[in-house]
Design a protein around this ligand. Structure first.
Ligand code: NAD
Length: 467
């Protein structure tokens, strides 16, 4: 069966959901369309003095809310179709979790391992310059973030370049995922994986849903295989392991690790940092065909690397009872339908990996308000709780230790507030789409699209089409 392009895949999922709603075709076409996409080419002077032409894209899918928001990835697979698809997914994802942004995405077509640190810096700074000159970046226009192949360092170069060109009051809000010292927020690096964990935890806590797929509730003892041990993959399985799940497989591009008794995630991470690869880690069996590991027996499979990993070709052999999509677009519609027919639960990307953009939203709010969360009220809260506890001790004539007093009365710092906002967002959105799933007798992906189309469509309806 022929598989289609990524943007077409996203639109096929959109169309399936739109069939449940009564919006006019013209309005649905407008919601689906990618509003703007720009292809940049610029020169890189390499360390050896040669010049290379770099290709990059930025797509702004929907301006129904501003700014637009979405990561920048560095990958050889980047092309116009991919950034448009990923930008569209961002629009729907933001709507699902009620983050008030339109969707965007950017990408630079490079294999980052082939460039030195200073070449990567020049590429990132020049791309930022191009984005500024074409008005594709700004705290009120379009706000990038990390994605596949990028992280805090690239975001630091972006904010520094942007501020050099536009040193305005809110300039720090031009990008999220920055280091804390440059206006970042505590909890952003791990946010997507932490959100994946909250989403899976919520799904497995539903007794009826678990009964339908032949699983007990709770994470304790559930076996997990993860594809991709980068930012999203590592943090997802770290929190799943802490909650009692058993990580039996880790798949990387150059091989996989397998141990049915469980793999110590922190030890693998340490090994990777020391040796630059996971596959020489001694505590697990090395599997040479990484893709085949997707088909191994497990309760939860977390694809957290790239798109189009579960397709019509391999879906019939995939045995996991839950597919938890950490990556964007890891399952094609054909793959999805095969998995669904088998009765497995797919927790879709357009909900499950929204933790990153949710905490990016908190970071952007912090940048615009120029104050760290918790700074104004933490001490006040602590003192109030302490006075209450002391009064109770007098009234009941019972004493607790100073340590306990401190623990119980501790006020929330920035990390606590971010974590609680993220947890609440993921739980609320899960239950919202699960209700829609039941109401329309469909799957979670379609339900998430229904939720998004309703929210974006409502805005178009209210504002009309100009002029
Ligand atoms: P990353 O670059 O930190 O990690 C990707 C990992 O996947 C790397 O370890 C890489 O070696 C591995 N990988 C590459 N090709 C592979 C293959 N064929 N098989 C197995 N592993 C492979 O990227 P990331 O930020 O973790 O992003 C991963 C996915 O999650 C992407 O689809 C991205 O769009 C999505 N996502 C990321 C964020 C975020 O905040 N970083 C937010 C939402 C969605």
């Amino acid at each position: 069966m022929a598989e289609t392009h990524f943007f077409e895949q996203v639109n096929k999922n959109f169309d399936r959901a739109a069939a449940f709603l009564k919006y006019p075709k013209g309005l649905l076409d407008q919601i689906k369309a990618c509003n703007t996409v720009c292809h940049f080419t610029f020169p890189l002077k390499k360390d050896d003095g040669t010049i290379e032409t770099i290709h990059a894209w930025r797509a702004e899918h929907s301006h129904h809310k501003l700014p637009t928001k979405g990561g920048i990835r560095y990958s050889l697979m980047v092309n116009e179709d991919e950034v448009k698809a990923l930008a569209a997914l961002m629009t729907y994802k933001c709507a699902v979790v009620d983050v008030p942004f339109g969707g965007a995405k950017g990408g630079v077509k490079i294999d980052r391992s082939k460039y030195s640190e200073s070449e990567l810096e020049r590429i990132t700074r020049r791309f930022t310059f191009e984005l500024v000159s074409k008005r594709f970046i700004g705290p009120d226009i379009d706000v990038p973030a990390p994605d596949y192949g990028t992280g805090e360092q690239e975001m630091a170069w972006i904010v520094d370049t942007y501020k050099a060109i536009d040193p305005s009051l809110n300039a720090e809000g031009c990008v999220t995922g920055k280091p804390v010292g440059l206006g970042g927020i505590r909890g952003r690096t791990e946010a997507t994986g932490r959100g994946v964990y909250f989403g899976i935890r919520e799904a497995v806590s539903n007794k009826d849903d678990m009964k339908d797929i032949g699983l007990e509730t709770g994470l304790e003892g559930k076996t997990v295989i993860v594809q991709g041990f980068g930012n999203v993959g590592y943090h997802s399985v770290k929190y799943l392991q802490e909650a009692g799940a058993v990580i039996i497989g880790i798949i990387e591009y150059n091989g996989g690790l397998y141990n049915e008794k469980g793999i110590d995630i922190e030890a693998v991470d340490k090994h990777r940092k020391e040796h630059n690869t996971i596959i020489t880690y001694p505590g697990a069996k090395v599997i040479e065909n990484p893709k085949a590991m997707l088909e191994m027996e497990c309760d939860i499979l977390v694809p957290a690397a790239l798109e189009s990993q579960i397709t019509a070709e391999n879906a019939p052999r995939i045995k996991a009872k839950i597919i938890a999509e950490g990556a964007n677009g890891p399952t094609t519609q054909e793959g999805h339908d095969i998995i669904k027919k088998r009765g497995a639960l797919i927790i879709p990307d357009n909900y499950l990996n929204a933790g990153g953009v949710t905490v990016s939203y908190f970071e952007w709010l912090k940048n615009l308000s120029h104050v760290r969360f918790g700074r104004m009220d933490r001490r006040f809260e602590e003192n109030a709780a302490r006075r209450m506890l002391e009064a109770m001790m007098v009234l009941t004539d019972r004493r607790i230790t100073e340590d306990e007093l401190n623990r119980i009365s501790a006020g929330a710092d920035e990390r606590d507030i971010v974590d609680s906002g993220l947890e609440d967002t993921m739980i609320t959105a899960y239950n919202e789409i699960n209700e829609l799933r039941k109401f329309h007798d469909t799957d979670l992906r379609t339900a998430a699209f229904i939720s998004a189309i309703k929210k974006v469509g409502h805005i178009y309806e209210r504002m009309g089409i100009f002029p």
